[in-house]
Design a protein around this ligand. Structure first.
Ligand code: UTP
Length: 461
């Protein structure tokens, strides 16, 4: 057995769990590298990993029906109810009870961008990054509601320093240092096909961020939840970094959430086609509402039609939620209620026999929508895809930078048209700065769009 003063317990646990192969290069390491490896091992929960390894892919049978949802308003009564909700939401925001929360700890492997996804340039004309656009939206909402809306950013251990640096260099995009909270999520080791820890280098084991579901725990462990409580924030508006179209502060959505006393509320769009790869809102037998991943949807349910001939399971999740701060406290602060881990088979770059190569392994991740069935009350709220959802997942094709940019440009063209503002025929791409209009109604009807192919509207000129 190897030895290192002060780390006796960690070393013993590694041997007890038959993971001593992680010390294969021990004799090549200097003292600080040895310490690095042992520190890396010190927070490993071996019994959790063992459990996850042996229960991998055992989803079990699920019974569920389609979830009810608040549909877009059509009748005048529905419109009145919507208006009431909007007023309640406006008040909630104005009273400083809402914070914005972006999860940005993902690895963005499909996009193939070497850096935090939030720093990816996405503005179709301005070339502004995702972080920049989100921050300007929050600045615009803060201005509109006369409050400082806190901006919470969850990073991963690996992209944290770069993200902090980026916000520092850009002076927090005018939001004020005290209103921006950047904190890393936790990591969990991956295992190889035999259930063994994987060496990333001679002095470190391979860990991956613990999924967007880790965000609730990270809010608690970072101390941010406590800070929100001190500031009187009650509701956390959650979104993903790769959606430049997100309406970060949506007063009607917030209003329904508040008036109905929900712990969590979620936005849904109609699935574009039965096999679309989005999670689906369902109601389980015990009446709780949750999300089933497309890959777990039985074939016959994917195509099942209702009495009207419409898709029965048609409400797709777009990963936009409202969380009550108290609910997050309930499921994180010292309780044993925890979100489950999901297992994914992945190829992992490892150091094996002194050579770097890809090995088959298991990565474990939590999904934020697994919080839904833990609520006492949650609601699903319908919205339009073209208004709110343009995910940047791939570098080309479906859900790509191009598709997101064209949706952004189309949205802004629609806003201008709806406000009776002429867009010249030669204008191919158009972008409006959030500081000019974060919603259609903010646009000054007197704006003149210049006769140019690419137009960026950054002042109400
Ligand atoms: P995705 O599941 O699309 O993952 O994340 P990704 O890392 O961005 O992209 P791929 O799959 O590697 O190509 C959806 C959202 O959840 C965040 C991401 O940053 C993104 O905003 N996320 C994901 C985290 O914050 N942490 C995680 O551990 C995983």
């Amino acid at each position: 057995m190897i030895a290192f003063p002060g780390y006796e317990t960690v070393i013993r646990r590694v041997y007890e769990n038959k993971q001593e192969h992680v010390f294969e290069y021990w004799n090549d390491l200097n003292d600080s590298e040895k310490k690095n490896l042992l520190d890396d091992l010190s927070d490993v929960d071996f019994s959790l990993l063992l459990n996850l390894f042996f229960s991998a892919e055992d989803a079990g049978e699920m019974h569920f029906d389609a979830a009810p949802y608040i549909a877009l308003p059509k009748s005048s009564d529905e419109k009145k109810e919507y208006e009431k909700a909007r007023e309640a939401g406006d008040l909630h925001v104005r009273q400083g009870k809402v914070a914005a929360f972006v999860v940005a700890g993902g690895q963005g492997s499909r996009l193939g961008y070497d850096g935090p996804k939030g720093m990816f340039p996405v503005g179709p004309v301005s070339g502004k990054t995702l972080f920049h656009i989100h921050a300007e939206k929050i600045a615009a909402y803060s201005q509109k509601y006369g409050v400082h809306i806190p901006f919470l950013i969850m990073t991963s251990r690996s992209n944290h320093p770069v993200t902090v640096d980026y916000f520092n260099k850009n002076d927090f995009f005018g939001l004020g240092r005290d209103n921006v909270f950047i904190f890393p999520q936790n990591m969990i080791p991956s295992l190889d096909a035999q259930g063994k820890l994987i060496l990333e280098s001679k002095k470190s084991i391979f860990k991956n961020p613990d999924g967007h579901g880790g965000s609730l725990t990270a809010l608690y462990t970072s101390g941010v939840l406590e800070r929100l409580k001190e500031r009187g924030v009650e509701t956390i508006s959650y979104f993903q970094v790769d959606n430049p179209l997100v309406r970060i502060i949506d007063s009607a959505f917030i209003g329904f959430h508040v008036l109905r006393g929900a712990d969590v509320s979620s936005k849904a769009v109609k699935k574009a086609y039965p096999e679309e790869k989005v999670g689906i809102f369902v109601r389980y037998g015990n009446n709780t509402i949750g999300v089933v991943e497309y890959s777990d949807m039985p074939e016959e349910k994917t195509h099942s039609l209702d009495e009207k001939g419409d898709l029965r399971f048609s409400s797709g999740s777009i990963a936009i939620h409202l969380f009550q701060r108290e609910f997050v406290e309930r499921v994180t602060a010292g309780t044993d209620i925890a979100l489950p881990f999901h297992t994914a088979r992945k190829k992992i770059k490892a150091l094996v026999g002194g050579v770097r190569k890809e090995v088959e392994g298991f990565k474990f991740e939590k999904f934020v929508f697994d919080a839904l069935p833990l609520t006492e009350k949650n609601i699903v709220f319908e919205t339009l895809r073209e208004d709110e959802f343009a995910p940047v997942k791939n570098s080309s094709g479906v859900d790509s930078v191009e598709s997101a940019q064209s949706m952004m440009s189309e949205q802004h063209r629609r806003w201008l048209r709806n406000r009776g503002i002429r867009v010249p025929g030669k204008t191919r791409v158009i972008e409006i700065s959030p500081l000019v209009a974060v919603e259609q109604e903010d646009l000054d009807a007197g704006i003149k769009v210049p006769e140019e192919e690419q137009v960026y509207i950054d002042t109400n000129r």
